[in-house]
Design a protein around this ligand. Structure first.
Ligand code: GDP
Length: 131
């Protein structure tokens, strides 16, 4: 997912380019906006964390781009491409190093396991929207 901060900053194009240049194939793609309720569900795993309210507010404040990406070893390789959660710790050449503003507003989301990638893909896309 390309998060609201990166959409606001007009960075959809360069972020998608970094993904495809890194060898990810786009299987599904959508420009949409999460309600606070949907953002809360998407990040339910963090509901006990102190930043949950801020995270839900941020993720529902403007449009996002959701994508399903395909590649060998996709989860691990995508986590490497996006970089550390906190952009201050993200390595050179990562999406967060280049585009993230803070630990909260960090430009992109990537699934952390194949299982969650399945769940999160199903959150945004029907089977008819995947190619
Ligand atoms: P990720 O897998 O690298 O996205 O990181 P996490 O799963 O740990 O956190 C999910 C998302 O919650 C992050 O990408 C941030 O947008 C947000 N987040 C994490 N830690 C903090 C924090 O300390 N403060 C705020 N405001 N947001 C945070």
């Amino acid at each position: 997912m390309i998060k609201p901060d990166a959409v606001e900053a007009n960075n959809i194009g360069p972020i998608l380019a970094m993904m495809t240049e890194a060898g990810f194939k786009i299987v599904a793609l959508k420009y949409t906006k999460l309600s606070a309720e949907q953002a809360g569900k998407f990040y339910a795993v963090h509901s006990e964390r102190p930043f949950y309210g801020e995270l839900v507010e941020f993720m529902s404040r403007g449009p996002i781009v959701a994508a399903i990406l395909e590649k060998d070893n996709a989860v691990e390789d995508f986590r490497k491409l996006i970089g550390a959660t906190n952009p201050a710790q993200a390595e050179e050449g990562t999406i967060r190093k280049r585009f993230a503003k803070s630990i909260g507003e960090n430009a992109v989301h990537g699934s952390d396991s194949d299982e969650n990638a399945q769940i999160e893909g199903d959150f945004f896309f029907s089977q008819l929207e995947r190619f």
